[in-house]
Design a protein around this ligand. Sequence first.
Ligand code: SIN
Length: 485
Amino acid sequence: MNPLNLAQASLFRNSNFYSGQWKDFSNTISVQDPSNGKEIGAIPDLTAEEVRSAIQFAEKAQKTWSKTLPKERAKYLRNWANLMLQNREDLAKIMTLEQGKPLSESRGEIDYAASYLEWFAEEAKRTYGDIIPTHRKELRLLSWKEPIGVTGILTPWNFPSSMITRKVGPALAAGCVVISKPSELTPYSAIALAVLAQEAGLPPGVFQVVTGRPEVIADEFLDNPSVKKISFTGSTRVGKILLERSAKQIKRISLELGGNAPFIVFADANLQEAVKGAIASKFRNTGQTCVCANRFLVEEKIADEFASKLSEEVSKFKVGNGFEEGVNQGPLIHSASLHKVDSHVKDALQKGGRLWVGGKSHSLGGNFYEPTVISNVSETSICFQEETFGPLAPIRSFKTEEEALQIANATSVGLASYLYTNEPARIWRMTESIEAGMVAVNEGILSTEQVPFGGVKESGIGREGSKYGIEAYQEIKYICWGGQV
Ligand code: SIN
């Protein structure tokens, strides 16, 4: 089957790579193209026993992988990254087919995904320990880092490739083997990664992909004592369940959860740049990113001008199938997502919002929604309380810096935030006071592999990427050495 005319047809598979081989199953889950609802394939729906056998296999692989030299692990990761880039066009096509994002965004995501493998190939070699000044003459004190062990990762559908490599890169670099459970909505990008992992020469069991129902696989990851670490990207609701359940075995857990990002624009900002940043932050991936601007707070004197300029740009968007030339807004992932966006829009309008552009399902039908701008949005609107995860830009005006800050921080989550101003003292005050793990100043895109990505409050635990990302997969061992001096 080669529905996409892939240069390497074997990248698109309906099977799972685990226990050292490709396996097909009679129990399957159907996967649809979000742009037209048509089935694109059916992936294995694994049972708990089958997941267990992948974990057993991983346990064996862990013993040898943890003993490989960092340089060897780096070589595998680099090979894998290079293969991703060599197969970029095929991987991007698979992603657009299953996720819906425009092909240009998929290409960008493949580069972004490969960058995590490449980055952690380097970091593998820099996991230093310490020689610690001793407190007794006859003792020597030191510490080093060890891999935590078999790691189960659970990743979402919005970034089907990069959310996997952002976890697998540091895990493998640290010496942990990985079992990856991709979203059942976008499994093919993960399966293609497994094909390339095999081509890159990764030993069997070091990277396995298991597909199926999230509750079956997550239960096994949580209950099986051989899984030492879980890393999850997804909703705060599910993150809380995983955190609670991992307490039973004090399982190590990293959580990258939802946000409710404020995008604050002061009157002294460069308005054109702010609009450009707003579009990048809000509408990338049709508004389906955890770091998407969710609440626009604009200083009162420029609020209408901002809304007008933003709407002018938004009305130029081409909505459609991600494979079509010129399309920059794809469909939402499924109809439930579309209904959520629509309910947020209706609620904002009912509570006094002013509609500038969009506001309804797109004439293309299906999962397509019109990119929407609403101003005069009440703080009590649902879209100000919750992540919309769709193409709605709700704007509320403010009068003072204190008011902007108060609204920005009035949320239980704190992942990304955005600030547009040209006053240096205000930049300091605001960046120090915003309750978020990440602040972008006069810029709409903050993600890149070399920075610590993560949130405060209910947006998660831990950081991914950067020099810190590998620590999530390591334990520190302390050695107190006596009797030699
Ligand atoms: C996310 O939405 O969780 C990831 C977004 C990004 O890495 O930019």
